[in-house]
Ligand binder design. Structure first.
Ligand code: PNS
Length: 160
């Protein structure tokens, strides 16, 4: 079985992420969406909440599964027999850091990284920008799955 992992924080998942998962799922037999457990980084949603939202939005795609990991991504890949990482590339500004990580992951464990060019509809999207827009009352319709948008509004505006 050809497996790939789409790693990230997904705080929260956006339609840009979802587009990458779905396109990767058309190439690989199984795509694992890997949520990084990072206790040093503050997040709006807990890992469990992020996993729950991800599971809801990938439910229509039977070969996309959601899991979490901590530590090095390549260790997770090795333990789960995953030879490839798939990432979305939004713009040239993503490239330097992504290339550095791809080269390090290859150096560490010979895990390959494949980049999918982000759909131009979503190339300006990031989870942090979405959170900022919601905080100040902007409309995020069409940028995140509806169920995620509802939770975001509840979390961000409910706190004010
Ligand atoms: O959504 P993010 O926070 O931009 O995703 C970054 C992520 C999770 C892909 C990256 O930080 C990662 O792979 N972290 C796991 C730790 C690791 O393997 N670090 C070495 C990378 S070369």
């Amino acid at each position: 079985m050809r497996k790939a992992v789409c790693p990230g924080s997904f705080d929260p998942v956006t339609n840009g992420h979802l587009d990458v998962f779905v396109r990767a799922s058309e190439i690989f037999d199984q795509v694992v969406v890997g949520v990084l457990i990072n206790k040093t980084k503050s997040s709006l949603f807990t890992v469990d909440e992020r996993i729950e939202m991800l599971r809801e939005v990938v439910a229509p795609y039977p070969n996309v599964v959601v899991d979490s990991f901590h530590g090095l991504l390549v260790d997770y890949c090795r333990e789960n027999d995953i030879p490839a990482i798939v990432k979305g590339l939004r713009a040239v500004s993503d490239f330097d850091y992504e290339l550095q990580m791809a080269q390090m992951n290859h150096r560490l464990a010979k895990v390959e990284t494949l980049f999918i060019s982000t759909n131009p509809l979503y190339s300006f999207l990031s989870s942090s920008l979405i959170k900022e827009v919601v905080t100040y009352g902007g409309d995020i319709t069409g940028l995140v799955p509806d169920s995620v948008g509802e939770r975001l509004i509840e979390r961000v505006r409910g706190a004010n």
